[in-house]
Ligand binder design. Structure first.
Ligand code: C2E
Ligand code: CA
Ligand code: CA
Length: 716
């Protein structure tokens, strides 16, 4: 320690050594604030040499504010020196001008103290200065860490709550309040009860939640991680861990995270997976299933048939191939939806007729197939199918009677393979159709011959007109009211190699092949020529000719007919064109236009086979027809003549109310004729009056018909 130069005794040196030993900087100041004495620590701290320090104003070492403090300390000295001088915070300045935080304590030196007393500047002040830079830095670090923590807490998406061991709320962030909808005031209170009430009130399973809390209460060391479901559909993830200070556990930190969107996304993903699985299953099923009817498909049937034929132990393998009759008409007339509905119904009935273990498949369109491998009586099942299918069904408000043709083929020693068996069933089915539909036929080798004949028939029909094999028979139609034949119907005949081919065979073939156009015109021409004379005798007489839809599709059909009539001297007014109702449901309006042209020229249109098609009576008023011909199937319902047949009377009444005339076909008995006459049916046609006869026998046919009519009148 540097002395001021006047005290060189031992005590002073010892005092100086003591001062130098102090880790704090020690300065002795005069009342005016001038440094008179400084220890080694002071030199080190401020960066001055002891010589430089001596005489320095304290203001150069301690911030300006310290002057004031100095005065205060000096002032206090008068009031008795305190035992513990107050610690002051001050800014200290080093020699190089850098500042640092310092803790300063000053205590006045009593005037009578010998060591440094008697100073001319007034009382002495001893000041200790301690560098607190380090402490300040720590505080700042702490503050920074705290603010960082708070910022982190507030910026996290999690809601955080810290509970003390005693169950007090020790801390939380804003998110915690928002997530749980807790008003901040509640957390200021002493009791956590209202908070608990809010929390528990929102939970889907409060009991489980509380149970978990109690469990953790008993195991403060434990960490927990689980999921909390809310009544409103939200889901929180709940995480908690003990809060430790040193080794001890002082509480528990809870963090809650709203995972609702994640949970929802997960659920959606899961649902999507399930959907996908279901779809795959559906696709898989579709590979084996007919989507419309749910029956097996062709692939399943083919496999099953191949397997069955390869199995020698199977006693019987039967294939029942079936095809709906006139299904096209349902589609054309009632629409495709009705067609689909009908197929579904057919499939349902079919399934009901066949033992569950057997395969029922839809091959496509209106074609179905049944494979029997474990059923002893295939004929019985085929029979049942035909019968069950024919039960009427209402589809789209229309009563329909589905019918089908079924071909049955069974495995024998000679069966070569699946395709042969299927072909045999196909031939049998074709034969069933040819035999009049709505039936089943078992395959017989003779049918092969019939097949060959059919092919041969087409070739023959192609040559029928040029070879002059087509002729016409005429069947009289009588008017009971007028007591005479008023019309004849021309019916095509084909004589092939001296044999009559029935119209039910060659007409459909002609329609399928388009040959009907040529044949139809031939029939028209022949009948006009042969009847011109008879027609000219009485303008009230008329000639009815059957016309197929195929013919009406020709754009010059009406024209051709009219020019034929003119050429043969037949008035268009004496012409009747007979069409079936299917003509009216074709998408092609050209057909209707042809009929329109004919009607405009004076010809009439008759609706043939009325009642057998799929249309309802209600449609009649929309059709451009003049006459309906009630089909013979209705006429044949009259047996004794005493039965009540509302269908007949309503058909006739309906037609009359629309201004149409009514002809009844297929009248075979007097009872039928009487019945129809009583219902005011306009004209009658049938074997009772005359068979269809060639033109050469027309006079006899007319005479026979009129005689029959007279006989009827005599019965009355
Ligand atoms: P359709 O127009 O209904 O002709 C009436 C059919 O009933 C005729 O059969 C006739 O012989 C038959 N028939 C008449 N009276 C009776 C009876 O009292 N009892 C019974 N059971 N049947 C009777 P057909 O001649 O075999 O003609 C069958 C069908 O062929 C005709 O039915 C008609 O649809 C068609 N067809 C005949 N000729 C022609 C033609 O020139 N052109 C066209 N497109 N079709 C024709
Ligand atoms: Ca007819
Ligand atoms: Ca008819």
């Amino acid at each position: 320690m540097a002395g001021s130069g006047h005290a060189n005794d031992v005590a002073v040196r010892m005092f100086g050594a003591m001062l130098d030993a102090s880790p704090d900087a020690l300065l002795a100041l005069t009342g005016g604030g001038t440094v008179t004495l400084a220890n080694a620590a002071a030199s080190r701290l401020f960066g001055y040499s002891p010589e430089e320090l001596s005489g320095l104003p304290v203001g150069a070492l301690l911030g300006a504010g310290f002057q004031q403090e100095l005065a205060q300390i000096l002032g206090r000295s008068g009031a008795g020196s305190p035992n513990h001088p107050p610690l002051l915070e001050a800014q200290a300045i080093r020699r190089d001008g850098t500042a640092f935080h310092a803790e300063v304590a000053g205590s006045p030196v009593p005037a009578d103290t010998g060591a440094a007393g008697g100073h001319p500047d007034g009382p002495l002040l001893l000041v200790s200065v301690r560098d607190t830079t380090h402490r300040h830095a720590t505080n700042a670090d702490l503050r920074e860490a705290m603010s960082l923590l708070t910022a982190t807490l507030e910026s996290t998406a999690d809601g955080i709550l810290v509970m003390s061991r005693e169950g007090r709320v020790a801390g939380y962030n804003d998110n915690f309040l928002t997530m749980w909808g807790i008003p901040p005031e509640l957390l200021q209170g002493d009791s956590e009860e209202p908070i608990m009430r809010i929390i528990v009130g929102q939970l889907a399973d409060p009991v489980a939640f509380m149970g978990r809390l109690n469990e953790l209460d008993d195991n403060p060391e434990e960490e927990s991680h689980d999921v909390v479901d809310f009544r409103d559909g939200r889901t929180f993830e709940r995480y908690s861990r003990p809060q430790r200070v040193g080794q001890g556990i002082v509480g528990r930190v809870w963090s809650f995270r709203d995972v609702t969107p994640r949970r929802k996304a997960q659920e959606q993903a899961q649902q999507a997976m399930l959907d996908l699985a279901a779809q795959t299953e559906k696709l898989r099923a579709m590979a084996f299933q007919d989507p419309l009817t749910g029956l097996a498909n062709r692939a399943v049937f083919n496999d099953a048939l191949a397997v069955a034929l390869a199995e020698p132990r199977l006693k019987s393998v039967d294939v029942l191939l079936l095809d709906l009759d006139d299904f096209k008409e349902v589609n054309d007339i009632l629409g495709h939806q009705a067609g689909d509905d009908m197929l579904v119904e057919v499939a349902r009935r079919l399934r009901g007729c066949v033992p569950t273990a057997e395969v029922v498949a839809r091959l496509g369109g209106d074609e179905f197939v049944v494979l029997l491998t474990a059923s002893s009586d295939a004929d019985e099942i085929a029979e049942c199918i035909v019968r069950c299918l024919h039960v009427p069904v209402t589809i789209h408000g229309t009563l329909l009677r589905p019918s089908l043709s079924l071909g049955l083929a069974s495995k024998s020693q000679d069966t070569l393979g699946p395709s042969e068996l299927l072909r045999q069933a196909d031939i049998a089915m074709y034969a069933a159709k040819a035999a009049g539909k709505n039936r089943f036929l078992r395959f017989h080798p003779d049918m092969m011959t019939a097949l060959v004949q059919r092919t041969d028939m087409e070739g023959g029909l192609r040559l029928a007109v040029p070879r002059g094999e087509i002729s016409v028979d005429f069947q009289p139609i009588v008017s009971h009211r007028m007591g005479q034949v008023v019309q004849v119907e021309a019916l095509a005949r084909w004589t092939r190699a001296g044999e009559r081919v029935p119209p039910s065979v060659f007409i459909p073939l002609a329609e399928r092949t388009g040959l009907i156009s040529e044949i139809g015109i031939e029939v028209m021409a022949l009948s006009m020529v042969q009847l011109a004379g008879w027609l000219s005798e009485d303008p009230a007489r008329s000639l009815a000719v059957n016309v197929s839809a195929v013919q009406l599709q020709e754009s010059d059909f009406a024209e051709k007919v009219l020019s034929l009539a003119e050429a043969s001297g037949v008035s268009a007014y004496q012409l009747v064109v007979e069409v079936t109702e299917s003509v009216f449901f074709d998408d092609d309006c050209a057909l209707i236009r042809q009929l329109g042209t004919l009607r405009n020229a004076g010809a009439r249109v008759a609706l043939d086979d009325f009642g057998t098609g799929y249309s309802s009576l209600g449609r009649l008023q929309d059709l451009p027809v003049d006459t309906v011909k009630i089909d013979k199937s209705f006429v044949s319902m009259v047996r004794t003549g005493l039965e009540r047949l509302p269908i007949l009377s309503s058909m006739i009444n309906m037609a009359h109310s629309l201004g149409l005339t009514v002809t009844a076909e297929g009248v075979e008995t007097a009872a039928q004729a009487d019945y129809l006459t009583a219902l005011d049916c306009d004209t009658l046609q049938g074997y009772l009056f005359s068979l269809p006869e060639p033109g050469s026998r027309l006079v006899q046919a007319v005479r026979h018909a009129e005689a029959a009519l007279t006989a009827l009148k005599q019965r009355e």
